[in-house]
Design a protein around this ligand. Structure first.
Ligand code: PMP
Length: 303
């Protein structure tokens, strides 16, 4: 199997996709990325990309925030991804990484009058975290970037230095992941995942205005919770201490999938084991991405 990349307008061998150390996006973080998964269906011997149009809509919105005018649509990027995955010939689960970046080489921080490029590559991908069925999270001492600082709504490369500070401190302190508070002291999300909690049978997640990335997994889980489990879902701000007293908690993301949180800062979530709503949503989500739910077949796009 030879790995490829979409680079400067065409699909090339992976090793040929190289940029200069002077690239604007590398020096100033003036880039934005996406992250999709494609799942290998062993029965049908086919790869299925999960919700590529939704991912590429968000990707193009991030590029818009960075004042890019890319010659792409969600459909064209979906097709490039299909072509790329076909060229690679994967027969396993993969993670797809689109990136748009300010491509000029040179000094001078700005967004305008710079060339924009898009690259896409795929890598083999299994589990993301170590404890996906029993994570111990902390509340980070770092704060989440604000919409008026670097918008969390855009998946902006430079903003991930914030996530990286949060993640490394959490891991070095012995936790699996961290939740981070926004400037108002509300829980926004994890380093690369959205957060949900259950209180009295209601599924609660921070609203899009609490400095979160508008996650595709988040949206999918909300749909599954409402339509398949008939759950009440509330998008509302979450206080720090609610994380300590909620009945269930989980994190969602393309990489993390539905990761169960069983401890917050050394306090058990509920009885310290995976709760029933989390367990059901986890298995529904896994069924959906693997194409086992006919009702949601439109979420899976064959390569
Ligand atoms: N929040 C952040 C900061 C992320 O980086 C991600 C991963 N893309 C998510 C949430 C989850 O988003 P999604 O479900 O679309 O992968």
């Amino acid at each position: 199997m030879e790995q490829h990349a979409f680079f400067e307008g065409k699909i090339v061998p992976f090793g040929e996709a190289k940029i200069s150390i002077a690239t604007h996006g590398l020096n100033y973080g003036t880039a934005a990325f996406g992250g999709l998964r494609a799942y290998w269906n062993a029965d049908q011997k086919k790869l299925f990309i999960f919700r590529p149009l939704e991912h590429y809509r968000r990707f193009l919105n991030s590029s818009k925030i960075l004042a890019m005018e890319l010659p792409h649509t969600p459909e064209s990027l979906k097709q490039i991804t299909i072509d790329l995955l076909r060229a690679d010939g994967w027969e396993q689960d993969v993670y797809v990484r689109p990136l748009c970046y300010k491509a000029d080489a040179g000094i001078g921080v700005r967004l305008h009058d710079l060339r924009d490029e898009v690259s896409i590559f795929a890598v083999a991908f299994g589990a993301y975290g170590k404890n996906e069925d029993g994570a111990h999270v902390t509340i980070s001492s770092w704060r989440r970037i604000d919409d008026n600082i670097i918008p969390a709504r855009g998946k902006i490369s430079g903003a991930y230095a914030n996530s990286a500070l949060i993640k490394t401190d959490a891991i070095r302190a012995g936790f699996d992941e961290a939740l981070v508070l926004d400037q108002n002291g509300h829980i926004s999300e994890g380093t690369a995942m959205n957060v949900f909690m259950v209180r009295d049978g209601v599924l609660i997640t921070p609203p899009v205005w609490d400095n979160i990335l508008e996650g595709i997994t988040r949206r999918s889980v909300i749909e599954l919770a409402q339509n398949e489990l008939g759950l009440k879902v509330m998008e509302r701000s979450i206080d720090r201490t609610e994380a300590m007293i909620c009945d269930e908690m989980f994190l969602t993301g393309t990489a993390a999938q539905v990761t169960v949180v069983t401890r917050v800062d050394h306090r058990p979530v509920g009885d310290g084991k995976m709760g029933p709503i989390t367990a059901q949503l986890r298995s529904l989500f896994s069924d959906a991405v693997h194409g086992r739910l006919p009702k949601y077949a439109h979420w899976n796009v064959a390569v």
